[in-house]
Each structure stands twice: as structure tokens, then as C-alpha cells.
Design a protein around this ligand. Structure first.
Ligand code: COA
Length: 361
């Protein structure tokens, strides 16, 4: 049966780092609190827009697949912190990459965006309308981070990851998936403004940042991610012991641990890199996948399980059988321009808009 295989992978993490110790200088928090409650040690703050991160990650993924931008016939950009509403971020990414043969669209399923995109991209290829799909997860979440709110500003970061999906007749690729949404609790994780419900007359900074009922999100994340992953495994007819690696959305290491425990999966089979980047929403899974491959954690024929949850509230999981190749075919020389400001300077517009963090006021 015609399927879709991941033939290329890449990431683009902006160089500026915001460590837990830096955050200690801004808000009433500590490295110890953040590490024990979330597993995060540092995150990246981007000096460019989400589209530029996406283009570099995309070019690296294409090189790994031995493809060029003109080969792409569908560009899917999973993001919830894109450059603008119109044009879509996908439009800007197409321009940066000069992927002129690609249809292109954004896909907003928040932190589940990559898993949603994997299912959409695979099914476009299976349906026969597209041959080569570039799927990118990209975020510039620091734009939405309010550094007067210690409950949220320690959790998120910026970055991008990408994969190339190509048509194949092999018994590989997506074996089964499960996507879901519970809109009745959408309000427990939100950024209300920038849609039509925003009050243009009185723009209230409180409505422009990420707000969240942390414990509610936590509980639902563990339940939904675990249930979804179990459903996908059952649909695929794959036993838990046959899973080589779980690559979960990286929101909180305690959520990841609890999900793995719920499934009954050994912690050695779970990929975690949240300590380096925090929660980069739609980018966490493609970045983690790229690093897992670079570290030799995936072998030919392995069963890889993806699981995510996010704003909406969305969730999704996918059981994927890896193909023969785990090495890139080529390397791209695509790079971001170097930053011209340090991390604190990049955060200055947030402080001006949301208010000064308590330790600076
Ligand atoms: C946000 C989260 C880390 C908080 O952890 P928690 O164990 O639930 O912590 P609580 O909310 O119970 O807060 C405990 C205390 O820590 C305080 N606190 C919150 N943020 C803090 C910070 N950055 N530093 C120090 N203390 C902090 C709270 O004010 C609270 O103090 P109080 O007991 O005096 O009221 C956790 O709920 C979480 O990860 N939720 C899911 C978030 C998420 O993943 N969102 C994205 C989804 S894609």
C-alpha cells in the first residue's frame, strides 16, 4: 500500500539562551523549583521570526532527504506563534525557501501540531495528490510570554524542527494514529487576543500572553496523551514491548514520566530533551526526533511512538515504523543570521508591553 516515509529531518534552534538562573534575576523563582517541577534548565529566545527558523529547519531536512525546495509539492507549517495572520506563516516560509512548487498552509493544533501534520501529510500522499511534503513545526513563543507571570514565563521557548515525507510502497511509515480535541475546556490554556474576539479599543496586555490553569492542563495532558497512545498502538496491532522509542511532546518532564508510567513503558525507551529547550509547542517533537536520530536512538525498522497534547485542548498520537535509512544523505549550509542583541535585549519589547518583571521594577 502506498504510504509516506520520513526521509529527511532537521532542526533550527536560535542561539540566544535564557537559563533558569537568568529567570531568577527576573521573577521570584529558582533553578531548583523550575528543574524539579518541570525538568527545564534553559530555553532559546529567537532573534528572528518563526518563518525564518522554519525555513532553516526545512532546508536542513530537505538536504537530509537529498531533495531541494523545488521538489516540495506541499508545505505544512504547524505553529501557534507565526509571523502574521495573512499571509500565513507557510507563505513566508515558502518565500524564504523558494519552494515555488509547493501548496502551503498553516496548521494550528498548538502543541499537537506536528502529530496532526504527520497524519495530514501522510494522508495527502496516500491519497495520491502529493508526493513530497515538508512538515515544519516552528514557534516564536517568547512573543507571548509575560515575564510578570512566573506561572507561565518559565515554561516556553523558541525553535523549529522539520521532516520530509515522501511517497513509498514499503510497509513503513504511519501504521495508525489517533487525533482528538476537547473544545469544552479550551479556555484552560489560551492566548485570547489576535483573533476577532479581541477588543481592539482597549488592548489589555493580560489578554495577549499565554494564560493557563497549570494543574488542570497537567492532569488532562497525562490522561489524554496516555489514552491516545494506547489507542494508536491497539489500532496498529503493536504491543508495547515492540515500541523502540516514545517521542512525546516536551511540556513537562513530570507529564512525560507519568504518561510513560501510565502506558507501562520503560523510561529508557522515552526520549527527553526538555532540559535544553523547554516547551517549544509544535516544534518539540520534530526537534526531539532529529536529536534522537543524531544520537543513534533510532534503528532501521524501529517502531517509534509519537504522542502530544496542547491548547484546544488537542491531543494526538501516531505509531510509525521507521524505514531503512537513519543517516542524512547530505547537509545544508543554511544558517540563521547572527543575533545582534543579547537575550535580555531580545526580551525588552515583552517588558515594555506586559510590564517589567518584578525584580526589575
Ligand atoms: C505549571 C506547573 C509546572 C506548575 O507546577 P505545580 O506543581 O502544578 O505547581 P502549582 O501550580 O501547584 O504551584 C505551586 C506553588 O508554586 C508557585 N509557583 C508557580 N510558578 C512558580 C515559579 N516559576 N517559581 C516558583 N514558584 C512558582 C505557585 O505560585 C504555587 O505557590 P503557592 O503554593 O504559594 O500558591 C504544572 O502545573 C504544569 O506543568 N502544568 C502543565 C503546563 C503545561 O505543560 N502547559 C503547556 C501545555 S502544552
Amino acid at each position: 500500500m502506498r504510504s509516506a516515509e520520513i526521509t529527511g529531518w532537521g532542526k533550527c534552534m536560535p542561539p540566544n539562551v535564557l537559563s533558569n538562573h537568568d529567570l531568577e534575576q527576573l521573577v521570584d523563582t529558582s533553578d531548583e523549583w523550575i528543574t524539579t517541577r518541570t525538568g527545564i534548565k534553559e530555553r532559546r529566545i529567537s532573534h528572528v521570526e518563526a518563518s525564518e527558523l522554519a525555513a532553516v529547519a526545512g532546508l536542513r531536512a530537505l538536504a537530509a532527504a537529498g531533495k531541494s525546495p523545488e521538489d516540495v509539492d506541499l508545505l505544512l507549517v504547524a505553529t501557534c506563534s507565526g509571523d502574521s495572520i495573512i499571509p500565513s506563516t507557510a507563505s513566508v516560509v515558502q518565500k524564504h525557501m523558494q519552494a515555488w512548487n509547493a501548496a502551503a498552509m498553516d496548521l494550528n493544533a498548538a502543541c499537537s501540531g506536528f502529530v496532526y501534520g504527520l497524519v495530514v501529510g501522510t494522508n495527502m500522499i496516500r491519497g495520491g495528490t502529493h508526493q513530497t511534503v515538508l512538515l515544519v513545526g516552528t514557534e516564536k513563543l517568547h512573543h507571548l510570554m509575560d515575564f510578570t507571570d512566573r506561572n507561565t514565563c518559565v515554561l516556553f521557548g523558541d525553535g523549529a524542527g522539520a521532516v520530509v515525507l515522501e511517497a513509498t510502497d514499503g510497509e513503513i511509515g504511519l501504521l495508525a494514529s489517533d487525533l482528538g480535541m476537547d473544545g469544552s475546556v479550551g479556555h484552560i490554556l489560551e492566548v485570547p487576543v489576535d483573533g476577532t474576539m479581541g477588543d481592539r479599543g482597549e488592548l489589555n496586555p493580560r489578554h495577549c500572553g499565554i494564560t493557563m490553569e497549570g494543574q488542570e492542563v497537567f492532569k488532562r495532558a497525562v490522561t489524554k496523551m496516555g489514552e491516545s497512545a494506547a489507542r494508536s498502538l491497539e489500532k496498529a496491532g503493536i504491543a508495547l514491548e515492540d515500541v523502540a522509542l516514545l517521542i512525546p511532546h516536551q511540556a513537562n518532564v513530570r507529564i512525560i514520566d507519568a504518561t510513560a508510567r501510565r502506558l507501562g513503558l520503560d523510561e529508557g525507551k522515552v526520549y527527553v530533551n526538555i532540559h535544553s529547550y523547554g516547551n517549544t509547542s509544535a516544534a518539540t517533537i520534530p526537534v526531539a526526533l532529529t536529536e534522537a536520530l543524531e544520537e543513534g536512538r533510532i534503528s532501521a525498522g524501529d517502531i517509534v511512538l509519537f504522542a502530544a497534547f496542547g491548547g484546544g485542548l488537542t491531543w494526538g498520537s501516531a505509531v510509525y515504523r521507521w524505514g531503512a535509512r537513519t543517516e542524512p544523505l547530505d547537509e545544508s549550509d543554511a544558517e540563521l543570521p547572527p543575533p545582534d542583541r543579547d537575550t535580555m535585549e531580545l526580551l525588552r519589547p515583552n517588558f515594555d508591553f506586559f510590564g517589567l518583571p518584578e525584580k526589575l521594577s
